[in-house]
Design a protein around this ligand. Structure first.
Ligand code: NAG
Ligand code: NAG
Ligand code: NAG
Ligand code: NAG
Ligand code: NAG
Length: 615
């Protein structure tokens, strides 16, 4: 059972009246109350091993129960961390039953940090921490993927630091210091060492620098500085915070935030990325002119308008909605995944962003409207001018503006409500033309995002992460990095891995393939799936990114244990389930000893030619 019969009763009552009352304030209130409970339960149902929707999963937060079209039955470090942040906040707000999920997460993540994977390993230099996802049982995932993704370690550290701060204030500093901090420390080391290198964005498509990633990296280092001081431990990597903040400013192009830089994709850069970022670094104590791009910041507001407006004309379900009302919001208008649709989690994030901003203005008792933010406010309160608005009574312009922004926020929730089925189930997306849910069902992140939105609307704010004390950026930004210190978090349950060293190995193979065929490498190590291409996701997948008429190149850039001799061969498969075809010969390779430079292996396919499949 996904939810109690009383909740179901409220909901079916609601649905029978939805047409008549869908946009009325009281009705939205009861929708949010019912859906918040469904959403929290939806999250718990997707957490292994006991969650009702994820039988067979280990102790991990699974992205969705969907195993095909699309297969999301994995644990992503980012999705899991954002979900855990919500669980930690709910726990701190009073839902004490959730603590067991936090304890299990700490242990499971300590173990996961030590799992060697295609991005590398924990030792000696932390590279494995950038791996985006793992099998539902916590084993490495060898499929071709956009890796590394550098937001995961920052987000996991943030969730664990928020909990550690609670431990500290509740007489459990020893647990925070001895058990949780070693997990956090690995992640902050990773951030400090690699923030200035490119990686894949949160949508796993663009290799470059992602605003969302950099914004959360900065938060993690500032929060880490404070927590390390409180726990009397050393934060390796936290010294990079001012440089990260300096770099963060470069995403602003004078009009809006360009979400992906250091890349040359053909897009405007307007992306839900830059709405999700500000809400995940929201600090109720922050000043709106903080360089951290808080929701109440003028640049964040101008960007919010630019991103939301880009979707007004992108989807037919948004047609005719006036500018002072919310619309369905997706990832970016050039999106082609499932034909490009609005996402529940981004539509509710738009509401959360606005609730956050109002909370910050009310906490500061002042709103400064400037040239940058003027257009945002004009849509909602046409009389607005560039000036300082001090808080006042119910009829004051300040309060009128606050109410206009809150009504605007509610209207985004009403859009999400309109396209939520009667059961309350939240998939990943809803159709741009019909509003019908699609892609992965019961998406954990959709549910978590609904809960955090409902928290902010209800006036529940996480404690400050110390934005006011964040060190100012240097006058000139420079490229930099602090070498990390990595160790398995054994006190939290990690195995005491001692793999001393891995070597970066690039396999290039010339293999002429038919459209739809894929090429893998198998061999006698766990990294290469122990010869077994048939076990889903264990053979290491190669990428055809460099394939051309001149050279039929398949390639993979990976890490293998230093000093070992391995035996391997390539395999190919039509992508509709035909048997694998293997090379006839076994190849051997000796990996250089520890400390050796990266090597590139050049091979040419020998063996059966593939088929055009015809599927
Ligand atoms: C590294 O930092 C410098 C200085 O902020 C910046 O110009 C550069 O684009 C950054 N590169 C990456 C990949 O983060
Ligand atoms: C882990 O292994 C290292 C190296 O063998 C050893 O020095 C250390 O004491 C071990 N730690 C634990 C907690 O067993
Ligand atoms: C893998 O094959 C190589 C080459 O035959 C051999 O030297 C090595 O011992 C094998 N490794 C394992 C784990 O069997
Ligand atoms: C390659 O190695 C596999 C696994 O050890 C073995 O079964 C197979 O016979 C070998 N093939 C050749 C051609 O040596
Ligand atoms: C792969 O193809 C390229 C381009 O045709 C060629 O230069 C290279 O020698 C080939 N590599 C091997 C190992 O055959």
């Amino acid at each position: 059972m996904r939810f109690s019969s009383s909740v179901a009763g409220v909901l079916s009552l609601l649905c029978s009246q939805a047409v008549a009352f869908s946009l009325r304030g009281r009705d939205l209130e009861s929708f949010i109350a019912a859906e918040r409970a469904i959403a929290l339960q939806g999250v718990l149902n997707n957490i292994g091993p006991d969650g009702s929707q994820v039988a067979g999963a280990g102790n991990y937060i699974i992205a969705s129960p969907s195993k095909e079209d699309p297969d999301y039955f994995f644990t992503w470090t980012r999705d899991a961390a954002l979900t855990m942040q919500m669980i930690v906040d709910e726990f701190i707000f009073g839902n004490t039953a959730l603590e067991k999920y936090i304890d299990e997460y700490i242990k499971a993540q300590a173990i996961l940090q030590t799992v060697s994977n295609p991005s590398g390993s924990l030792l000696p230099s932390g590279l494995g921490l950038g791996e985006p996802k793992y099998l539902a049982n916590g084993q490495r995932f060898n499929g071709a993927w956009g890796r590394p993704q550098r937001d995961g370690p920052a987000l996991r550290a943030i969730a664990l630091m928020t909990y550690s701060d609670w431990l500290l204030r509740n007489g459990q500093s020893a647990k925070a210091r001895n058990i949780v901090w070693p997990v956090i420390s690995n992640d902050l080391s990773y951030v400090g060492q690699y923030w200035n290198q490119t990686g894949f964005d949160l949508w796993e498509e663009v290799q470059g620098s992602s605003f969302f990633t950099v914004q959360n990296q900065h938060r993690s280092l500032v929060q880490g500085t404070k927590l390390a001081r409180d726990l009397r431990v050393t934060c390796t990597g936290c010294d990079q915070a001012p440089q990260v903040l300096c770099f963060l400013q470069s995403f602003w192009n004078g009009k809006y935030i360009v979400s992906n830089t250091n890349t040359n994709i053909a897009r405007t850069g307007l992306d839900g990325n830059s709405i999700l970022g500000p809400i995940s670094v929201f600090d109720i104590d922050a000043y709106c002119d903080s360089l951290t791009f808080q929701p109440c910041n003028s640049k964040s507001l101008a960007n919010f308008k630019a991103v939301v407006d880009s979707f007004r004309t992108a989807y037919s379900i948004n047609a005719g909605i006036p500018k002072n009302q919310g619309v369905a919001v997706g990832r970016y208008t050039e999106d082609v995944y499932y034909n490009g649709n609005p996402w529940y989690l981004i539509t509710t994030a738009a509401a959360e962003f606005l609730y956050d901003a109002v909370a910050q203005w009310r906490a500061r008792h002042v709103l400064y409207v400037d040239e940058t933010s003027l257009a945002f406010f004009k849509d909602l309160y046409p009389d607005v001018v560039v000036r300082q608005y001090n808080s006042g009574n119910y009829n004051s312009p300040f309060e009128q503006i606050m109410r206009a922004v809150l009504a605007y926020a509610d209207s985004f929730v009403a859009v999400a409500e309109k396209y939520t089925p009667a059961s309350g189930a939240l998939a990943e997306q809803f159709n741009r033309d019909t509003g019908v849910p699609l892609s992965a069902r019961d998406l954990t992140w959709s549910y978590a995002a609904f809960v955090t939105m409902a928290e902010r609307r209800a006036g529940q704010y996480p404690r400050s992460w110390n934005t006011r004390q964040a060190a100012a950026p240097p006058a000139t930004c420079s490229a930099s990095s602090t070498p990390g210190v990595y160790a398995p978090a054994t006190a939290a349950g990690a195995p005491n891995v001692t793999i001393a060293c891995q070597i970066n190995v690039i396999f290039n193979v010339n293999a002429s393939t038919y459209f739809g065929e894929n090429v893998y490498i198998v061999g006698n190590t766990t990294e290469l799936g122990e010869w077994n291409a048939d076990v889903l996701n264990t053979a290491l997948a190669l990428s055809a990114g460099g394939y051309s008429a001149e050279r039929p190149l398949w390639s993979v850039n990976t890490f293998l244990p230093a000093g070992e001799s391995i035996s391997y061969k390539y395999a190919r498969q039509e992508n509709c389930g035909q048997p694998y075809l293997y090379e006839t010969q076994n190849r051997t390779l000796t990996i250089p000893p520890c400390g050796g430079a990266a090597i590139t292996v050049e091979d040419a396919w020998t063996g059966p030619v593939g088929t055009s499949g015809g599927c």
